[in-house]
Design a protein around this ligand. Structure first.
Ligand SMILES: Nc1ncnc2c1ncn2[C@@H]1O[C@H](COP(=O)(O)OP(=O)(O)OP(=O)(O)O)[C@@H](O)[C@H]1O
Ligand SMILES: [Mg+2]
Length: 395
């Protein structure tokens, strides 16, 4: 084939291609790589708002209209294909329309290689703006939903934080009642003794006795104040969010919970039996696990009170089973009715009135165990009460 014949053949090939692309509404481009001459079909130009005579036959006519954010990727694709580094030429980019807006195109092409070099490349532009707009809308929607969920989660966290703070204050108040009453009673006793002139302060002996009496009472007050202070410190440490993972046995947070709840357990005369069989150390956020155990044990105590359970008992058992640490906390408070047991982990589900429960305790506990610790928290009615099982993986 001589050069004229070759040109004739290319031209008739191109006319055929143009016909096909018109039918499919695609724009055709035909790049003579050796002479750096590009033919753009009428439809190619129309797609971005130009008439046939408004675009010249060179590569730059395409390149200068590519969106600045897409240029690098588009050129990389051309170069990789021309140099044989990739087998298919396909990329998506934006081209600027004559009136300024951006048109998304899917650009696909194929080259003719001679001795490993491309001498001609032919391809199509497909307008995918509508599809991209839809994708964008969808992305916006997904982003919106994620944002909404995050806000909901933040709100729950905040509310549960407030609930915990309320709980902390009520526990401090509970633990302060007795020492405060003792301080008040000491003050009253001193006042009475003074009013009754129990010590004869007119002579040295009486004065010494009075001083000695005052000293012992002041010591008592000091001890009681010490108790008040340490209660505050205990609780403050207890509710501090952990940043670091602790490498400990599960016994440690359980013991801390029992020590903090000791006054309530004693007041309600609850028998707590312990079976610490787990010896494995695990990686946990200790304060978070403390809150979970505290919430479960407090729920049991609340329930005993509410139902006036006779001989209330809580049994806590830890075990190592198949590489997992299992904590079971069981009570004999009558269990949870089958109608509601499926909802107790839902946020705001509570059978207590507003001031006694927010219904976030078990929801947050489940989040802590299952999302923060990749474990499992479940519930089951058993015998004459309910059992909560915490399963933690050794990480
Ligand atoms: N040991 C239990 N015995 C009987 N019912 C329980 C027990 N533990 C939980 N429940 C039920 O599950 C419900 C939800 O518990 P959850 O800890 O999530 O919320 P709450 O204790 O009501 O309020 P909060 O913990 O937010 O102060 C409780 O209201 C109660 O009805
Ligand atoms: Mg609770």
């Amino acid at each position: 084939m001589n050069e004229d014949q070759l040109i004739d053949k290319y031209t008739s090939d191109r006319e055929l291609l143009e016909l096909i692309t018109e039918a499919t509404q695609d724009g055709l481009w035909d790049w003579d790589v050796t002479n750096n001459n590009v033919f753009f079909s009428t439809h190619w130009k129309k797609m971005i708002g130009y008439e046939d005579d408004e675009i010249e036959n060179n590569f730059n006519e395409w390149l200068k209209r590519v969106h600045p954010d897409d240029v690098e990727k588009a050129m990389e694709c051309v170069e990789n294909y021309v140099n044989g580094r990739i087998d298919t030429y396909e990329n998506v980019h934006r081209l600027q329309h004559k009136d300024g807006h951006w048109v998304w195109v899917l650009d696909r092409g194929k080259g003719k290689f001679v001795n490993g070099k491309v001498i001609r490349m032919v391809g199509f532009h497909t307008d995918i703006t509508e599809q991209k707009d839809l994708e964008y809308q969808l992305e916006l929607k997904v982003h919106d939903e994620i944002e909404k969920n995050k806000q909901k989660d933040d709100m729950l966290k905040q509310q549960s934080g407030l609930a915990q703070m309320g709980e902390m204050i009520s526990m401090i108040a509970h633990q302060w009642r007795q020492p405060l009453a003792s301080i008040a009673s000491i003050a009253v006793t001193i006042k009475i003794k003074m009013a009754l002139a129990s010590f004869d302060t007119s002579n040295q002996k009486g004065l010494d006795e009075f001083m000695e009496y005052l000293n012992t009472e002041i010591d008592d007050i000091e001890n009681l104040v010490q108790m008040l202070t340490s209660t505050i410190d205990d609780f403050r440490n207890f509710y501090k969010p952990d940043k670091e993972v602790a490498h400990i046995t599960i016994e440690s947070p359980i013991k801390k919970v029992l020590s903090i709840l000791k006054p309530q357990i004693e007041q309600q005369i609850v028998e707590v039996s312990l079976e610490y069989l787990s010896t494995r150390t695990i990686d946990i956020y200790e304060n978070e696990i403390l809150q979970v155990i505290l919430n479960i044990v407090k729920n049991a105590l609340d329930n005993f009170k509410e139902r006036d359970t006779q001989n209330p008992r809580i049994h806590i058992k830890t075990e190592d089973i198949f590489g997992k640490v299992i904590v079971s906390i069981c009570d004999n408070g009558g269990g949870i009715s089958e109608d509601i047991i499926g909802f107790i982990f839902d946020p705001y589900f509570s059978t207590k009135d507003n001031k006694n429960g927010t219904g976030l305790g078990l929801y947050m506990s489940k989040t802590i165990i299952e999302q923060h610790h990749k474990g499992k928290l479940s519930v089951q009615n058993k015998n004459d009460g309910v059992c909560f099982h915490i399963i933690l993986e050794k990480q």
